[in-house]
Each structure stands twice: as C-alpha cells, then as structure tokens.
Write a protein that binds this ligand. Structure first.
Ligand SMILES: Cc1cc2nc3c(=O)[nH]c(=O)nc-3n(C[C@H](O)[C@H](O)[C@H](O)COP(=O)(O)O)c2cc1C
Ligand code: SF4
Length: 427
C-alpha cells in the first residue's frame, strides 16, 4: 500500500530549492496546464480525481471550486489554510518545510483553474520559521517567471502573499481565518453567505488546506483519472497521516487510502507498534476534534470488518461508535493512558480557544472543563457523568461554527466508551 505521490521527492537532497525541484520534474505540471490546458480543463481533472479536502471535513474539492461565483465582477481570491492548529496534526507544516515548491505549484495551478490573481497563504503565528521558507520559494518561482506578470508568456498573472496569524486555533476555521486576514478579530462568520460568494473583502473566495492544494500538483502531473484509481470508493488518492502518542515511530506518513488501521499501527513501515510492547487502549484517528475509539472499535468496525483509513470506514457505526479521518492527526493511547485526564486536557484546550460568540460553546466548554477537573482530582460526583453528556449534547449543533462540536465529541465519546474509567475516578 505504501505509495508516495506527495512525498515521492521528499528525501532528495536540496529539494527545497527551485533548481533541484525543477531538475526532478517540478513545475512540469504548471507548464503542462498553463501552456496546454484551459482553466476549465484543470478544474475538470480535479473533479475527476475525486480529491476531497484534507483540512478535516473531506468536502470534494472540485465541487467546492464549482460553487465559486464566477458572475461577480469583483476580484476572486484563493486562500491556502496553513493554520494547522488541530492537536495531533502536523502534516501541513512537514509539507511546507520539506517541499515548499510543491505547494507553490499547487497554488499556481489552482489559481489558474479558478481565475484568481491574488492568493494568500494564511499561516499560524507559531510557524514563523516557515514564513521565510515559503517566501524564498515564492521569490525563486517569481524570478523564474512561474509567478508575477504574464507567467510563462501567457496572459495569466499571479501574486502569492504569506500572512502569519497571531496563533489562535479558531483562525483555522475558514471564516474566522478570513476575518483575521482582513485584520479583524478571528470570529467565525454566520453562514450563509459562504465564502464562494462573500469571502475575503466580500469577494468570491476559495479556502483550501495546504495538503489539498499541494495534491493538485500531483493530480495535474498524473491526470485526474489515474489519481482516482488510487484508494477505495469515494476516498481516492493518498493521505498524509501525522502519527503520535504511545507508538514506536511517530512521524508523518503518506498512505494510500484504504490501508487497514491495524497495518498502520503495527507495521514497521508506519507506526511500528505500541511503545514498550504495551497493549493498545484507544485512538483518536483524525485530530483531537474527532471521537475517540477504543482498541476493538478502531481495529474493527462494530460489524466486525477491518477498519480502514478511509473517510467512510472510519465513520462507520452509529454515531460515536465511528469516528472521522478528519485532518489525519492519529493519536495513539496505550493501556497506561488515562482517558479522563486526556479528556480534561482536550477540554481545557477548547475552553481556551473558544472565541466566545455562542453561549453553548463559551459556557459549555468552561463548565465541562470544571467538571472534568474535579473528576480528575478526586472530587467528582456520580451525577457528573450524565451532566457532562447533557452539556455536550446541548453544545453539539447549536453553535455558529463546528468548534462547539469539536469540543463536545471528545467528551461524549470518551464517556460512551470509557464510562467505567470515569466511575472509578469518582469512586
Ligand atoms: C475550529 C476549526 C479549526 C480548523 N482548523 C483548520 C486548520 O488548521 N487547517 C485547515 O486546513 N482547516 C481547518 N479547519 C477547516 C476549515 O474551516 C476549512 O474547512 C478547510 O480549510 C477547507 O479546506 P479543504 O476543503 O481543503 O479541507 C478548521 C475548522 C474548524 C471548525
Ligand atoms: S462555536 Fe465556539 S468558537 Fe465557534 S463561533 Fe461559537 S463560540 Fe466561537
């Protein structure tokens, strides 16, 4: 299953530099598209590929692009979401650090397809060291006429700007990101209107994740049809997984969609098994916002099928007996891990990062955190467990943005699968 599409060049010495990247086939897809394809044909390849957004929700990229308001006479924008603040997720930063030109080329191709002349990379404040890497790559691409005016002698012109945020998780949510890019506090907007109609500066805008946009380069290189043949069903292609926790080999891995979870955890090619030969206890498979699954349910679905790394297989099961592929932040817990302490820790994070606009999220995250603190510190009451479930239910679906759900699911799923552990803490 080990198939490197995005990371195939990652170990080439000096690949971060324009010349080395070009010597190894880099910028060929950009030349192929700009000199031989119409923007509509580039978009068609992305539709054919079946690519789904790698930022978390898995929304089909070609479909999202087709929503862009092309009748408006306002400028259009492409915004690359490089905020990557989801706990457990560190694949975009790896991609930008190792292969900055792969992303820049993806931005050129996507901007061409969308008719965009200005593109922003919104990068989280803590990634300051990456700003220089990206700006150098932009400068090199511009010097070689892959950016700027009349690229490769065509009528297509494009500027890319890197904009560091101030380090807030909520600025990864696309409308909060746009507010922040406009220089305001990063508060999520009420949708509709969606960014495709009213995005940056009220203009038609597409927001896509770093990995999604870098993948466009691979799709144009190999063709949408060939890309769609990788993976299983509606989970096409490859996915970057950032694996961490109690495993022997934490790191970023590119997997072909459909790899069994068991292989990912135990094979030497990927996580290399559980540290110190301990037993697997649980996994959060898609970044901290998705439901946690105990060992039996992460390795096999409730129907006894092997669980696969696909959007569909990870979600299989009635709500919370399944989880999500999300951003691919794969967090592994061994038998010694304390689920209560972990849930308290995550809830502390969401309480801190809530922007405070909606009462269920603002009040609910703080309330859950207080209750989890007292359970973890030996002052819990038995009634606290159902109280937590009720609070989580009242947050879920009742907020402006999905941060509310992201705070509710870890609590609800931890109690559903590890209620005994909460009871033991209280006793
Ligand atoms: C609280 C919150 C944080 C998010 N953080 C990120 C992030 O760091 N990076 C990202 O690409 N998407 C993030 N998203 C998802 C974005 O809102 C958006 O769906 C995504 O950038 C779209 O890109 P894609 O279609 O390529 O996945 C976040 C969503 C929420 C609700
Ligand atoms: S759900 Fe939370 S983070 Fe999102 S808008 Fe409401 S208060 Fe802000």
């Amino acid at each position: 299953m080990g198939r490197a599409i995005l990371l195939d060049k990652v170990n080439i010495p000096g690949i971060r530099a324009f010349e080395v990247y070009r010597e190894h086939g880099g910028y060929k897809p950009a030349g192929k598209a700009l000199l031989g394809m119409t923007p509509a044909q580039v978009q068609q390849e992305v539709i054919k590929s079946g690519l789904r957004g790698r930022g978390g929700a898995g929304f089909p990229t070609g479909l999202k692009w087709s929503f862009l308001d092309r009748k408006s006479d306002k400028p259009r924008y492409l915004v690359c979401n490089a905020d990557e603040s989801e706990p457990g997720t560190f694949k975009d930063r790896y991609l930008m650090e190792k292969l900055p030109h792969l992303l820049i080329e993806g931005l050129i191709l996507s901007s061409y397809a969308l008719g965009v002349k200005t593109c922003y990379i919104y990068i989280r404040g803590e990634f300051k060291y990456l700003v220089g890497i990206l700006e150098t790559a932009i400068h090199e691409a511009k010097k070689n006429n892959y950016l700027g005016e009349k690229i490769l002698g065509t009528d297509f012109s494009l500027e890319i700007y890197v904009h560091p945020g101030a380090g807030a998780y909520i600025c990864g949510e696309e409308t909060a990101l746009l507010e922040s890019l406009e220089g305001k506090r990063g508060n999520p907007r009420i949708k509709p209107p969606f960014p495709a109609y009213k995005g940056l500066y009220d203009c038609p805008t597409v927001v896509n994740n770093v990995e999604t946009l870098a993948t466009v380069t691979s799709i144009i290189s190999m063709g949408g049809d060939a890309y769609s043949k990788l993976g299983i069903g509606k989970s096409t292609g490859t996915k970057l997984m950032s694996a961490c926790g109690n495993i022997n080999k934490p790191g970023v891995y590119e997997i072909e969609m459909g790899l069994p979870v068991e292989d990912f955890i135990y094979s030497e090619e990927y996580c290399g098994g559980i540290k110190n030969d301990r037993m697997l206890k649980a996994v959060i498979p898609g970044g901290s916002s998705v439901p946690i699954l105990p060992a039996d349910l992460i390795l096999n679905t409730a129907k006894g099928q092997p669980r696969l790394l696909t959007y569909e297989s990870l979600a299989e099961g009635e709500f919370i007996s399944g989880s999500m592929l999300g951003s691919g932040g794969f967090i592994v817990f061994d038998e010694n891990a304390c689920i209560v302490r972990n849930t308290w820790n995550l809830t502390r994070f969401y309480r801190h990062e809530s922007c405070g606009q909606c009462s269920p999220c603002r009040e609910g995250t703080g309330w859950m955190e207080k209750i989890l603190y007292r359970i973890e510190h030996g002052q819990g009451r038995m009634s606290d467990i159902d109280l937590l479930v009720r609070i989580a239910k009242n947050i879920e679906g009742n907020t402006i943005c999905p941060l509310g759900d992201a705070a509710a699911w870890p609590v609800a799923s931890a109690i559903r699968h590890f209620r005994k552990e909460f009871e033991e803490h209280i006793k």
